[in-house]
Structure formats: structure tokens, C-alpha cells
Design a protein around this ligand. Sequence first.
Ligand SMILES: Cc1cc2nc3c(=O)[nH]c(=O)nc-3n(C[C@H](O)[C@H](O)[C@H](O)COP(=O)(O)OP(=O)(O)OC[C@H]3O[C@@H](n4cnc5c(N)ncnc54)[C@H](O)[C@@H]3O)c2cc1C
Length: 449
Amino acid sequence: MTTATTNCTRGRLDGQLLVPGRAGYDEARTVWNAMVDRRPRMIIRCASVGDVVTAVRTARELDLEIGVRCGGHSALGLAVPDDGLMIDLTPMGGVRVDPVRRRAWVQGGALLGALDRASQQHGLATTAGNVSHTGVGGLTLGGGMGWLARQYGLACDNVVSFEMVTADGNVVRTSRTENPDLFWGLRGGGGNFGVVTEFEFRLHPVGTLALVAEYTFPLERALPVLRTWRDLNAQAPRQATFTASVERGDLVTVGFVWVGDPEQGRRLLPAMRALGRPVTERVFVSSYVELQRRDDTVGRHALRRYSKGHYLRQLPDKAIEAFLMRGTVDGHRENLPGVGLQAYGGAISDIADQDTAFSHRDTLFEWGTGASWTDPAEDQARKAAARHCAAALEPFASGVYVNALSDEGAEGVRRAYPPGKLARLVALKNAYDPHNVFHLNHNIQPDRP
Ligand SMILES: Cc1cc2nc3c(=O)[nH]c(=O)nc-3n(C[C@H](O)[C@H](O)[C@H](O)COP(=O)(O)OP(=O)(O)OC[C@H]3O[C@@H](n4cnc5c(N)ncnc54)[C@H](O)[C@@H]3O)c2cc1C
């Protein structure tokens, strides 16, 4: 038996080795999407960088497929390899903040909530997503959109350095000056190049408060409302992120989330009120930490899930109509998936497109649809409705967010990265992972064996 494998099996891990039948195994292989039910041959619950090195080397020695788990939110459950080795980073969930230098050092298995809580103790934050049980790992490596992105850029734009374990089991650091090619690729290229064990983030003095404004209209009155809301978005300050959604009951909600002084945010309310008379109006001040947890229940674990996304560079009236109709077939609107729009722009588009692997910085809105249900008998119908809904918006799409991909395969990866970017990502993959050891992701395939 080789050293790495012996280290695992003789209990020389700081963390834990789980195999089928062992207590904790089923819990560790359970991820966000309840449709995922795969059984790894072994799960290494890593508690240190050394454990990650051992895990990568063990998988390579035993020729096992590797899945890397942080928050477990991958729509396809890519963290869980059937009969492979799952590198479970969840024990590495720590966050350390230096409030004077405005930096956070975040372990590779941390959840967004841990980052937000630690930073907010000092009135600081960096861009993180909208559901606190999402992993910092997957979110940041794909880009990382959140309520602060229009002010401070995406999560990946705020990374100062990464520590990563390579496909050979070596530990490397990367920043703008150290291995800059890798630094470019880790900011948007996903989990293709190695296992990130630490992220160093820049933090910003955002205060601790947010303002949320939501106005709900019946579908039949929504078209002019959406048009005006879109036009207002063009003038919106960076503290505001405009949102719109269509949910069950054909109710259409538009509004914005403001991070910063709520009184300043209130200056947008008269324009919102001029949209028309809503069925309901909700305007409330929230703590930033509470805002970051607001969608935790809607986005909870244990449901069957299917989702699709598009980036939109423009939102013409026809796209608004398609958004409202949600892919309706023959007037039937039961079981239609929920749809949403979230504004991009601001600091996201200040950064030059070639600066990071993340692409489509000229996006105006991200469109997304998500279906959730519990009965396996509904799987096909629910997926078909979501696909139909996405197809209706596709003519207006300019690309897709890699973290919004589900089962699109190589075609999805080509939509996430324009050809020049993809070529550069392939060159980086050739250099760091020529054997495609890390392929359970939205895969950049090396062009060398
Ligand atoms: C409920 C919900 C809400 C979401 N909200 C947002 C949002 O507001 N903004 C946004 O931008 N996205 C959002 N997303 C999308 C999210 O960014 C992706 O699903 C992302 O992949 C989740 O990362 P994870 O670590 O939780 O998932 P995991 O399934 O654990 O990881 C996904 C993939 O990321 C890679 N990976 C994860 N951690 C590491 C690591 N440390 N080193 C190397 N590779 C790693 C692996 O390839 C892994 O397969 C949301 C998703 C869900 C389900």
C-alpha cells in the first residue's frame, strides 16, 4: 500500500475517512439537490491542508474520480462522485478577519454565512451570494454574484490570494504577482485547476444595514411596470441592485435591494411608487446579515431541484414579455417554474473582461429559473417546464453564468466563456491539470492527454 493510502486508512488524517456503512457517511454524501443520490467509495472529511494533499494523492493512486465539496450547492451535485473519492472540505469552515487591514482569510470549505458573520462584527463585508448556506468555494471560483457586486465587484474580484492543492498534491499560492496565470483562472474558471484551501478576501466598510423594497402586481398589469422598472435600473446608484420575479399565483414582484444607509435608499422609493398601484408593497430595513439569510428557506436543502440561467446584455420589451409568460404552453400556467431577474453593471463592468476568467461583464441582467418539488414522479415534467421556460428567453441571451449551469455539458461551458477565454482556460488546464483529474465540474477539457 502506498504512503498516501496508508495515511488515510491508518487514521493519520486530521479529519476523518468515511466509507459506506460508517456513521456519518450518508450525511456527508447528501447535498443540496435531493435528486442527487450517489455513493462515493470513500469520503475524506478534510480538516487540514495536509488532509487535502493526502486525499488528492490517494485518489490518484487508486485511480478514483475526485469530487470536491464545499457548500454542496452544485445543481448537479458534482461534489459527489459515484464510486469515487469525495474531498469533503466542510470541516475546513473557518474565517479569520483582520479589521485593520480589512482582510478575511477563509478556509476552502467555509459557507457564506461564516464569512458574513465574521466580517460584519466589524461593519465590514465582501461580495457574497444571497443564500448563507452556499459555499464560498464554488461560488467564488465561478464568479460570485451578490448584493454588493455593483459596488465592489464579484466575490472573485475581491480575492487577493488563493492557496491551492494541485492535481499532483502540491500546495501553491497565487496572487496578482505569484503564479498570475493561475490567479487569472481561479477567478471565474471554477474548480478546474485544483482544490482551493484558502481564499484571502478584501473587505469593505459597508455598515450593517440594508433596505429592501418590493412591489407586487398582477400579471395582467405587469408589462408597463417592468418596462419602467428596467428604465429606472439604468440610472440606479450602485448601492441598489434591481430585482424582479414571477412566482406562483402569477404575481409579479419588482423592486431593489440597497446595501448602505437606508435613508439614502429611500430616495428611490418615489420612482418605484410611480410604477403603478401594487397589490402589496413591502419596504423594510434589515441588518446586512439578515438580508444575507433572507432566501435561506426558499433555497433550502432536501428538495428536488432543476434550474437554468441566461445572461442578458439588453432587456427589450419582447424579452420582458417572455419573462412574464415563463414558457407558457397553450395557455396552461400550472407548474410553471419561478423566474427572476437580478441587475448586474456597476463595479462588475468596471473590470476589464480579459482581467479574469469570469466573462460577460457587460451583462445588464441575469435571468434565472428554478423549479423545486418533492415527488420523484414529477421529475420529467418539472424539468421540461424549466427547459421550455429557458428556451423562450434564449433568443435574448448573450451568455450564461458558469455557476448557473446545470446539465448543458460542453455546450454550456462554451456559453459561459467566449472562444478567446476558453482557449486561455484550456492552456491553463494543460499546465495545471493535463490529465483532467478535476473534471467533476463545468469542465475545461485539456487538449493534451
Ligand atoms: C440556493 C442557491 C443559491 C445560490 N445563490 C447564488 C448567488 O446569490 N450568487 C451566485 O453567484 N451564485 C449563487 N448560487 C450558485 C452557486 O454559486 C453554485 O451553485 C456554486 O457552485 C455553489 O458552490 P458550493 O461550494 O456551495 O457547491 P459545491 O457543490 O460544494 O461545489 C460546487 C463545485 O465547486 C467546486 N469547488 C467548491 N469548492 C471548491 C474548493 N474549495 N476548491 C476547488 N473547487 C471547489 C467543485 O468543482 C464543486 O464541484 C446559488 C446556488 C444555490 C443552490
